[in-house]
Design a protein around this ligand. Structure first.
Ligand code: ASP
Ligand code: MG
Length: 692
């Protein structure tokens, strides 16, 4: 049984590479008789063609061969091989021009044969010029069979590329022809294996020198290989396919530099093959790109258009899609086509569990299916709702049909536990509740490999040790814990702070207007118009305040937000560190709730006076949370402040929020301002946290 191994020019291009080749050959020799077909060393045939065309012989050519011999042999063997090379180079110079290109394969194969012989193998160098007769396949086959049958060699060494003419002359099989030589030997001997060893891992979806992301095609039909080769894939010489196919021998394309790595097996394939790969070839002053196996012309046009490329022509031929292009756009076009047809990663399904079915939870449950196609296209992640819960009931369906909560049976047992045991790693749990305690269960989720996104600021405005423990638990389990919506709703406040902090910039101060309620009230209030109490009551009715508006007026909501902002900047702020001045005197809060609004009405004259005084000086009143560097530490406060027209907060309207970050690196502050509320906005920001 015969195994035919062909090595290309770069595989034999140096002594080191030749040693790799010898290793591979010796391993194969244990399985059967080996026919080793070799190209000339890399660059050799080009140099010989230049010589044949009347140029001088590149002196480096002889030097490279001698160098290989010196590295592979010692003593008498070295001397004798150097003499043989000397004789061959002498012959080369005397040879007729048309025979000069055939010498490269003589040089390389004599070296390989001598080396294998010196290692103790029974070898035979076969003169392809006598055996392969151009244009006469039957004669070539019988010559090969006879030559091999007459020998007891374990390894036959054959120069590729070169052959004889019927008239007794010497010629070649065309550039790249060693592959074809190998296929002819394999077919003649009905070889059990035909291996083309090259410097890439098989035939790839595109030329890896042009498209970095090209990947190996593990298997393809003879037909597809022929199409790839005929349309410009240099890895295989097109005529190689026919003899192998006729003899029913599979062709393996393998990488000398990574024998255990990727390879392509070309054989008879049944069934639909579809798009196989992309090849391209220069045709005159144009480039023709071939999508072998065919592809949608519209999709190709769309991919090219997105890269700003318009093909000159496009046509379908033998099931392939052919696009004619200007040479200047060849590489970007190949990349765009490859991206469109070969780089679409399988979508990663990400189950999302939503706890809390208030305004934000509902908006999120709606938004997930609505945005899923766009998100999938842009991120490769397919989000789907796998569970929802309110405080009484929950519904889970990993198939994505968890339906509405209304028809879910009330469960006594708990949602988080169910999520932990059912959800796969990489799922996401979203806390849209206003629970004060749910965060205590986050570590269970983290341990189950589940990411957590929360819009519930109560989860973070906890004592610092607990906050730090939560973040550490997420980190240790390699999951994300995100909470951008806890401050400034959809505005990227936290992201901006953590970016500055992570880049080792030092935050000098943070000024934040983060209470929608108060900003709404303060930016509408006019002394003498509707009273402060009326505006508060309206805000409460519109659902703008916390359930108890005193949480807003007392600054408690702003306090939570400031703690989160400060901690994002690396400051271990605790509740007690912040000097909070409520909008109205503490006395008004301390009364029972029924007395709250009457007390607030009674306070109106004082409030109006303060507002008038500020206005008279050209100021506006804003409720500002403030954190500022103070010596080694930080000072923080929350309260009503007068802001002048040059202050970014002066122009805030309605429920807008703003943050002003000053840091050591930047002479000017970073200012972010925009809508500070809205369930839909919050939901879309949560979605961002989900896919980031
Ligand atoms: N040495 C020849 C060439 O460079 C044949 C081959 O490598 O296949 O074209
Ligand atoms: Mg080749």
């Amino acid at each position: 049984m015969y195994r035919v191994l062909k090595f290309g020019g770069s595989s034999v291009g140096s002594a080191t590479n030749m040693s790799r080749v010898l290793d591979i050959v010796e391993q194969e020799a244990q399985k059967g008789r080996v026919v080793l077909v070799s190209s000339a060393i890399s660059g050799c045939t080009d140099a010989l063609e230049a010589l044949a065309a009347g140029g001088a012989l590149d002196p480096s050519l002889r030097r490279r061969h001698e160098e290989i011999v010196r590295r592979l042999f010692t003593g008498a063997e070295r001397t004798s091989l150097l003499e043989q090379l000397d004789a061959l180079f002498g012959e080369l110079l005397r040879a007729p021009a048309e025979e000069k290109p055939t010498y490269g394969e003589l040089f390389s194969t004599h070296i390989l044969e001598a080396k294998l012989r010196s290692e103790g193998y029974r070898t035979l160098w076969l003169d392809a010029r006598k055996l392969l007769i151009k244009g006469d396949i039957p004669l070539s086959y019988s010559n090969i069979r006879d030559a091999v049958a007459a020998s007891d060699a374990e390894i036959f060494v054959v120069p590729g590329f070169i052959c004889g003419t019927p008239e007794g002359g010497v010629t070649t099989l065309g550039r790249g022809g060693s592959d074809y030589s190998a296929a002819l030997f394999a077919a003649a001997l009905e070889a059990e294996s035909l291996q083309i060893w090259t410097d890439v891992p098989g035939i790839m979806t595109a030329n890896p020198r042009q498209v970095r992301r090209a990947r190996t095609i593990p298997a393809m039909s003879y037909g597809a290989a022929l199409q790839m080769a005929s349309h410009g894939a240099k890895v295989l010489y097109a005529p190689t396919v026919a003899p192998a196919m006729a003899a029913g021998i599979a062709i393996e394309i393998r990488n000398t530099f990574d024998p255990a790595g990727g390879k392509t097996v070309i054989g008879a394939m049944t069934g639909q093959e579809g798009l196989v790969g992309i090849a391209s070839a220069t045709k005159g002053d144009q480039v023709e790109v071939c999508l072998v196996g065919g592809a949608s012309a519209e999709e190709a046009a769309r991919a090219l258009a997105a890269a700003g490329i318009a093909p000159l022509r496009s046509r379908v031929e033998e099931g392939n899609l052919l696009l004619t292009l200007r040479p200047a756009v060849e590489i970007p076009a190949l990349k765009a086509l490859h991206r469109a047809f070969f780089e679409s990663m399988p979508l990663q399904r990400v189950p999302v569990f939503v706890a809390g079915y208030g305004a934000v939870g509902k908006a999120l449950v709606q938004l997930i299916p609505e945005s899923s196609a766009t998100v999938a296209e842009r991120t490769g992640k397919q989000l789907f709702l796998a569970g929802i819960a309110d405080s009484k009931r929950y519904s889970i369906d990993l198939g994505g049909h968890c339906g509405s909560l209304a028809d879910a049976p009330a469960h006594a047992d708990d949602f988080i536990q169910a999520v932990c045991s059912l959800a796969p790693k990489g799922a996401v749990f979203v806390d849209c509740t206003d629970s004060e305690t749910l965060y205590q269960r986050f570590p269970e989720l983290f341990a189950a490999g589940i990411h957590v996104v929360t819009s519930n600021r109560r989860s973070l405005a906890v004592p610092y040790v607990q906050y730090a423990a939560l973040k550490a638990a997420a980190r240790e389990n390699g999951v994300h814990f995100r909470y951008e919506t806890t401050v400034g709703a959809a505005l990227p406040f936290l992201e901006s702070i953590s970016r500055e902090t992570n880049s080792c910039d030092e935050i000098d101060s943070i000024e934040a207007v983060v209470s929608c309620t108060l900003n709404q009230i303060l930016s509408t209030y006019r002394p003498g118009g509707e009273s402060f109490a009326t505006l508060v009551r309206r805000a409460q009715e519109e659902g703008l305040t916390e359930r108890d508006p005193r949480i807003d007026l007392g600054g408690r909501d702003a306090l939570r937000k400031l703690m989160i902002l400060a901690r994002e900047a690396g400051v271990r702020l605790e509740e007690g560190d912040v000097a909070v001045e409520p909008v109205i005197p503490a006395a008004i809060f301390e009364r029972p709730f029924e007395e709250f609004y009457p007390a607030l009405e009674a306070y109106e004259p004082v409030f109006a006076r303060q507002m008038r005084a500020a206005e008279a000086q050209g100021f506006r009143r804003r409720f500002v949370a403030y954190l500022e560097k103070d010596g080694d530490g930080f000072r923080s406060s929350i309260g009503l402040r007068n802001v002048s027209p040059v202050h970014p907060a002066y122009h805030l309207q309605g429920t807008e929020n703003a943050i002003i970050i000053r840091s050591a690196f930047h002479p000017y502050p970073l200012v972010i301002q925009g809508p500070g509320e809205g369930a839909r906005e919050a939901a879309s920001s949560i979605l961002n946290d989900l896919i980031r």
